[in-house]
Design a protein around this ligand. Structure first.
Ligand SMILES: Cc1cc2nc3c(=O)[nH]c(=O)nc-3n(C[C@H](O)[C@H](O)[C@H](O)COP(=O)(O)OP(=O)(O)OC[C@H]3O[C@@H](n4cnc5c(N)ncnc54)[C@H](O)[C@@H]3O)c2cc1C
Length: 424
């Protein structure tokens, strides 16, 4: 068995796959799919739950990681789905292009990020799956199909955030934008109370805004503001104070007290988009694990009340937490996106590696967030019942139908899909 001891990145989940293959061509993928009874794509193993598990064959796309084509006429790039954002970003930037947004770290595969609606922050920024223009999918019978945004049958909107259940996504075409520069500043100690009347002003203050807290007090330890700069402009001096928070005078790590050496450049220093949008540097290889993650999406209009609900739990939460991050995401039209038809706010928890304690806390958090119809991140840890989860996705019946028509014998199915998507 290869691929990092058959465990996910955090080490908290051991896959049940009996073998791992790493094909180098689409034809090899087709042959493997056609000859397998059970098969599941493995991306960069960054999910924290059983979503990528299988008791059949694992198909790692680590060798299908090339850039296929840059279409300068339509501003699109086509890549093999195993490419990591970090690798793609270098290529795009050197060709004068950018992606509209990135997640907190660039080591994640494009195929895996798209499959789970991975997101960054920014009021006007949809999650990373919203950049998908088309997908080439190897279906259960080994045949390939191309799904594109402008096809009339609507299947594309159901297939993009596909949780790996519809087939093997071999190539993805993404919208790109002209390359841009950014600068990043951090403010310290933003009182939670400021969000009651200033939520919109705070989150719309920059291209991408994140709040971080360890929930030791009713305030956010840090506010990260990532600003898009006009062409060739140098970053302007940031105001010393922002809604009661003070401009940081040195580089900071989101986790209080941790060294910022691996964090992306701060202090208003201008630089390319792909070195400012993630919180961590590409050349820093995060060591495996020692953390668990959970994240819940609530409607933007409810964000302040939802955060107050979490604040009431802070004495219970903070001993087990590295840090919490709050981000905003634009609405989209992808069936299984947590942001389907609604602007959402994501409340994220990076936990210390103590599942025993975390699994006691998650039901309490989920209970507090119930009035806001919170949706858990597909790739992170949650304890919500399948029935409750399913009730938050109005297009779930359509997705179930898609799943059954693309994969009638359940070749790509695993316990996660059976329980949360098809279960009752
Ligand atoms: C340190 C860390 C930071 C993170 N930061 C963020 C963040 O900022 N924002 C956020 O939203 N999430 C974040 N995540 C979660 C992460 O983005 C998701 O779990 C994502 O799905 C991981 O991608 P992966 O390639 O590792 O996929 P895996 O975990 O390997 O697989 C996830 C799912 O995608 C499917 N899949 C993967 N590739 C394909 C393919 N080519 N075809 C079909 N199905 C496929 C798999 O079968 C599986 O169902 C973070 C995770 C970690 C560990």
């Amino acid at each position: 068995m290869t691929v990092e001891n058959n465990r996910n990145w955090a080490g908290n989940f051991k896959y049940n796959a009996s073998e791992v293959h790493a094909p180098e061509t689409v034809e090899q993928v087709q042959a493997l799919v056609a000859s397998s009874k059970r098969i599941k794509v493995l991306g960069t193993r960054h999910s924290f739950n059983s979503i990528a598990d299988t008791n059949g064959c694992h198909l790692s796309l680590q060798k299908l990681n090339r850039v296929v084509e840059l279409d300068r006429t339509n501003n699109r790039v086509t890549v093999e789905a195993g490419i990591r954002y970090g690798e793609l970003c270098h290529y795009l930037h050197s060709n004068g292009y950018a992606l509209h947004n990135l997640a907190s770290l660039p080591h994640i595969s494009v195929g895996g990020a798209v499959a789970t609606a991975t997101h960054g922050s920014g009021d006007l920024n949809g999650n990373l799956a919203t950049a998908v223009y088309s997908l080439e999918v190897v279906k259960a019978d080994g045949e390939t199909i191309v799904l594109a945004r402008d096809q009339a049958d609507g299947v594309f909107a159901g297939a993009v955030v596909g949780l790996g259940g519809l087939g093997v996504v071999t190539t993805i075409t993404l919208d790109v934008v002209p390359s841009f520069n950014m600068s990043q500043v951090i403010y310290e100690n933003l009182p939670l109370a400021q969000l009651e009347n200033h939520f919109d002003a705070i989150f719309s203050s920059a291209y991408s805004v994140s709040l971080f807290t360890d929930w030791k007090s009713p305030s956010f330890n840090q506010l990260w503001m990532k600003m898009k700069l006009p062409d060739a402009a140098a970053a302007t001096l940031a105001e010393p104070e922002f809604y009661g928070a003070k401009l940081a005078k040195s580089h900071l790590h989101p986790v209080p007290g941790a060294s910022p050496v691996n964090c992306s450049e701060q202090m208003g220093i201008a630089g390319p988009w792909y070195e400012r949008l993630p919180h961590f540097r590409m050349d820093f290889t995060p060591s495996a694990g020692e953390e668990l993650q959970s994240e819940y999406f609530v409607p933007r209009k409810d964000a302040y009340l939802a955060l107050c609900a979490i604040n009431r739990l802070r004495d219970q939460i903070s001993p087990y937490l590295h840090v919490s991050e709050i981000r905003t995401i634009a609405a989209d039209s992808l069936w299984l996106s947590p942001c389907y038809k609604g602007e959402m706010v994501a409340i994220h928890f990076t936990w210390k590696d103590n599942w025993e304690a975390v699994q006691q806390l998650l039901p309490i958090i989920e209970e507090q967030l119930k009035p806001f119809h919170a949706r858990p991140h597909w790739g992170k840890l949650f304890t919500m019942s399948p029935a409750e989860l399913q009730s938050h996705y109005e297009k779930l019946p359509d997705f179930q139908q898609l799943l059954r028509s693309y994969d009638p014998e359940g070749k790509f199915r695993n316990d996660y899909i059976t329980k949360y998507i098809l279960g009752t």
